[in-house]
Design a protein around this ligand. Structure first.
Ligand code: ADE
Length: 236
């Protein structure tokens, strides 16, 4: 069973995303265990605050090192962790490749940021990996932690019913996924592409590949460049 410990400032944000659908099913099946810890439970401050003013007069509050150290120390006494991840907009871009790698690990911690950030000494001495989920700033790191947890957990073998379905996701081969259709065959005058009704599996696969390539070129020229450079097994 893979274990994910999430250290949160506002744990309530995680209630919805992690207790529903596929991530909940993974927990029910005993494939993943997700444990949320409230940073506020580890503060020694009488007002239970986990943040303080920044040195140097920078505007905004900073998460203190004390409570983070305490919760990490407690968890690390209980088991070894493969990665201690801090989610932050100035981290390395999180992508499908990283999701694949994380899904093979046993124990990971995700530390959520808030306010102006966390004391740099936490990042220098305690964190092993810093990840950003995109070039925009969220007010709560918990949202980024939920995104990463979802992307990782669905890849653990046995979580998705049809095991092959994760293999045909967008990004697994540097291509975006092709379009999909379901009944009815005609809605108003909008038709399902005839090739999908042809029963010719070879032609269908060819069509899907062409659609994927077109979509990748149009929406993600950066990904398409990688495909053209020959790192994509589908097209080489
Ligand atoms: N916290 C705030 N914004 C974030 C982002 N884009 N990625 C990861 N963590 C964040």
């Amino acid at each position: 069973m893979m274990r994910i410990d999430i250290i949160a400032v506002v744990p309530g944000i995680l209630d919805g995303p992690l207790n529903q659908s596929i991530v909940q099913r993974a927990q029910d099946k005993g494939i993943a265990g997700i444990h949320v810890h409230s940073l506020r439970d580890y503060t020694e401050d009488k007002y239970k605050s986990v943040d303080d003013y920044a040195y140097g007069g920078e505007a905004g509050m900073v998460i203190k090192i004390g409570p983070v150290f305490k919760v990490l120390e407690k968890l690390q006494k209980e088991r070894d962790y493969d990665e201690i991840i801090y989610v932050t907009p100035d981290g390395k871009p999180f992508n499908q490749q990283t999701a694949n790698r994380l899904s093979t690990l046993e124990n990971i911690i995700i530390l959520c940021g808030h306010y102006k950030g966390i004391d740099q000494r936490i990042r220098d001495h305690l964190v092993t990996l810093e990840l950003s989920i995109g070039d925009y700033v969220l007010s709560a790191g918990e949202l980024a932690a939920a995104v990463i947890t979802d992307a990782v957990v669905r890849l653990i073998p046995g979580v998705l019913n049809d095991e092959t379905s994760a293999l045909t996701d967008s990004f697994q081969d540097h291509l975006l996924a092709p379009p999909v259709y379901t009944r009815p065959e005609v809605f108003r005058d909008w038709k399902v592409p005839p090739v999908l009704l042809s029963g010719n599996q070879k032609e269908i696969e060819q069509w899907r590949l062409e659609q994927s390539m077109q979509k990748t070129k149009a929406n993600r020229p950066d990904l398409w460049k990688k495909t053209e450079e020959g790192t994509n097994p589908e097209t080489t």
